[in-house]
Design a protein around this ligand. Sequence first.
Ligand SMILES: Cc1cc2nc3c(=O)[nH]c(=O)nc-3n(C[C@H](O)[C@H](O)[C@H](O)COP(=O)(O)O)c2cc1C
Length: 352
Amino acid sequence: MSLIPYALTRPFLFGMDAEAAHELTMDMLARGQRTPLQWAWCNTRVDDPIELAGLTFPNRVGMAAGLDKNARVIDALGAMGFGFVEVGTVTPKGQPGNPKPRMFRLPEKRALINRLGFNNEGLDAFLRNVQQSRFRDQPQGRGPRMLLGLNIGKNASTPIENATSDYLTCLDGVYPHADYVTVNISSPNTQNLRALQSDEALDGLLGAIAARREVLATQAGKRTPIFVKIAPDLSEEQVSVIAATLQRHGMDGVIATNTTIARDAVKGLRHAEETGGLSGAPVLEASNHVIRQLRAALGSQFPIIGVGGVMSAEDAVSKIRAGADVVQIYTGLIYEGPALVTRAAQAIKAMR
Ligand SMILES: Cc1cc2nc3c(=O)[nH]c(=O)nc-3n(C[C@H](O)[C@H](O)[C@H](O)COP(=O)(O)O)c2cc1C
């Protein structure tokens, strides 16, 4: 168990602007990781291994993308007991993202709205950080190690017609270093990005990615699984077309879902009308609905990573019941702290 209860830390962090609190926490995690300070937030990793997409996940709770966009604190997050940690979204070149303020708390609904816009230091810095992480050095004989997912996107300045080229640049870079790669086509904060989820665009993008993966697999001598991350704001028709396209191109899994642009659940609240993606409790049902549709369309064997609104152990269980094989958390970590990781992983383990 961690030494400092999050109940003591949270009021301090919530007293600050949301992005400033994020930056402060990231700096603290970066300084403390791989040192005795890590005891402040570490949890024993729940041992509940599962085979998925040819990988052994040590348990079924992961860190969702977007918290650690530059892959700075992989080891700190690993110490929280996650079975897998996804970092990024990284873009080929560094970029500042949207003007601040661009991250808002809606505490009445345990939610966040963000329009960060893939602020990150770019692929080279990202890969240097990934290579400095030490989580793969875990001694043998202590169960399967944590897995690392690397999440890729496109620069804001790249016209959408050239998006494929950005994804391929990132894929080339991250491929040898990833346990899995996530193709993020569902952020609401990069203009037209979500249009890549539509039939022809998706077909073209995934065709190119699948072809490049064959080349990379030969070069690297390993076949790295590729997951595709989708939005919750899709019709049933769109979900079924996406499901068929993923299978046609031999993708290894789907991550459902990203943040939502819907606001019905938060109407009237302070910040509710801010532009961006809404995450946390209000997105749980919408995400679970997409997961149920995906499971029906994809059959029982296709890997589904469920994400969106996991704020409690019960929410994590609801995602598995909806058809997810494993789950990820972002906003729940902000509201509940690292102890949620263990609680969720234990509750899922108890379902067996
Ligand atoms: C501040 C913030 C930044 C995010 N950045 C990314 C990102 O860069 N790439 C990505 O794939 N998802 C990103 N996400 C989406 C999360 O990974 C997740 O899919 C979404 O927030 C729903 O999960 P949650 O309700 O547990 O937060 C971000 C979410 C938040 C709150």
